[in-house]
Design a protein around this ligand. Sequence first.
Ligand code: AMP
Ligand code: MG
Length: 280
Amino acid sequence: MASDVRGRLAIQPGDHVKLSDLPADATPGFDGKKSQAVREVADMGRELAGLQERLYAAASEGDRRRVVVVLQGMDTAGKGGTVKHVISHLNPAGCRIRAFKAPSEEEKRQHFLWRIDNGLPQAGEIGIFDRSHYEDVLVVRVHDLVPESVWSRRYKQINHWERMLADDGVTWIKVFLHISRGEQRKRLLRRLDRPDKHWKFSANDVRERALWPDYRTAYTTVLERCSTEAAPWYVVPADHKWYRNWAVSHLLLEHLRDLDPRYPPGTFDPKQARAALLRT
Ligand code: AMP
Ligand code: MG
């Protein structure tokens, strides 16, 4: 199994990003067959579940560490699919999955980070964000939902906020699911072909798709300005769903292995506890 997928997918601070030069059907770090990738995802899932349990257990002894996986990408890029195929290996009791839609009236009256802050996982948990605060410099920028003078200051605010949380024990895994425009068309057409997928389709998807170049620009700025040492971005080529699942599993695994959470030692003597139990 490859060992440093993280290093291959990370955007380094200061990198110049050209998404059109990054093939969306590439499989960095993996050169086997699809069936092997699927097997490895299942194997990684078992190891992930074990590490998650230790992270959760460690929190009971005051370990503040927690993980946030941010999933961003165009419609059909596979944000939901990643939750279904990768996150499903984890124990839902230790997961906090949040999907961020257009903000409510109440949310709009607050700073844009307010609702995100409210959705953060607690110590020991793994949070998964299906969309995130980055929408506030993506859809908001593309549709001029606030003046440029407002959104243009958000990159720094985001970096600052993410840094503060990293210092408090948050491990950020920010994943851009990179699909090609052609693959998106195929996926949208497939949704139209299948009545059981119609609920996923909205006329808005077609309008958003027409704005592809604007989103490209907005994503490029995000990757260039918000990939920091405290919270790097990973670009995951996502035209192949099996590679996407493999790569995100790998990213999670590498980070959790590094965190190396430990079961807290018991605060009792098992011998005495057993003897006491047997007397009852
Ligand atoms: P979906 O992920 O397909 O359920 O769609 C959610 C929609 O909410 C997308 O069209 C997002 O662009 C939109 N959305 C998420 N966050 C924001 C935000 N901060 N401002 C405006 N729209 C948003
Ligand atoms: Mg959608």
